[in-house]
Design a protein around this ligand. Sequence first.
Ligand SMILES: *Cc1c(COP(=O)(O)O)cnc(C)c1O
Length: 489
Amino acid sequence: MTNYLSFTDDHHLKYPFRPIAFHALKTSTMKTRKSWAEPYKIKMVELIKMTSPRQRLKAMQAAGYNTFLLKSEDVYIDLLTDSGTSAMSDRQWAGMMLGDEAYAGSRNFYNLEKAMQETYGYKYLVPTHQGRGAEHIISKLLIKKGDVVPGNMYFTTTRLHQELAGGTFVDVINDEAHDPKSEFLFKGNIDLKKLEAVINKYGAKRIPYVSMATTVNMAGGQPISMENLKAVRKLTRKHNIRIIHDMTRVAENAYFIKEREKGYANRTIASLVQEICSYTDGATMSAKKDALVNIGGFLALNDWDLFEEARNMVVIYEGLHTYGGLAGRDMEAMSIGIRESVDYDHMHARIGQVLYLGDKLIEAGVPIVHPVGSHGVFLDASAILKHVPQDHFPAQALAAALYINSGVRSMERGIVSAGRDAKTGKNHYPKLELVRLTIPRRVYTQAHMDVVAESVIDVFEKRKKINGLKMVYEPKYLRFFQARFEPLK
Ligand SMILES: *Cc1c(COP(=O)(O)O)cnc(C)c1O
């Protein structure tokens, strides 16, 4: 295989600045991580606009107090999401020029298939336009009406596809995941007792698969441990239940296992990623995260019969099985991004930057989800806006206030994102009411992180002046994307 990377994965072992293992620490501190500097230099820049508080207030009003409805040109530092917002490398851009835009059998598909097989170890690849395309196919294929899908906390699109296919999602994540103050290092873990109770209650026949995510986005980017995953594999094997892996941030999860879990410190990210995947039967991937592309995803499977069915289905919903809604150049950039994503120096800088921001906020006493996760810092909006009840959307209000303060765009992960119960129509009331500051990969600098910290701290100090909101428009599905709000007096 071509090694696109200038450093080998064990490069850091030769250098003296290896950080202290996190499991030795209660709360991570900055002095342990001096060496996360970016393993790249900047070749091209995109200019961003500075705005005045008056302009930002007007823009927020026009956007119905929903940061998703802002125009991106009105945003100074965009931490809405890490999805599709990463900067591609020069090698990926060079790959774009090698796009083979044939309708069938593009060479970029075969490069992608090879990168996927070599990096993740799954046998068969079905490309899709992004992660939810793969979720749609696997849900339709495996879930029957009345089925139950246990998982380590829901993800919005994943759960919706499971429900639309006739299934009911059951959260079996460990309790610590719902406690933003808990310092537990593997909040992504599945509670085996909860999983066993679901199996006993419904029977293995009604459980098409366990939906297992690395890392758990909605819990704050929290990892699952290798030990837990092995135990889940053992239990599901006993009952003949599949594990379908939401592998959107598997390399980030592997980094945390290396840093925190006993016995893995000397392993490469690449080998840990392979081991994680080996305990599962298939995976859905949003390549817009770990894999460093602006668009793309896939479904990966080990079972030939299932793969055949998925391949038939992708033609209906996405595109031919050798492009799945993607241009050849997109697949080429993805195949290179997949290989870059498992490089230690890349991941050390990526997560190092997130932890840097988290540490600044912890030092200033801002309530955030502990420990800091892999792809962003999650502000605990219910602790910050104690005077705003959950029905008045505290996280939504905090995200709006942060934008008006400084032009930093974040997003709500609380009652608006949780939506309504599919059967009763009642609001879900999640325990976590969060504002997510999501860090794109390789896009912003340490100085940008300083600005973000300064403005979060400023808003925190003025928190008593922030009022709740009322929802004045609610879309039927995934309401957080398009809902509109007005401030309460
Ligand atoms: C983004 C994401 C998805 C969905 O992928 P898209 O590419 O946005 O369709 C699924 N699961 C998790 C954990 C995600 O973060």
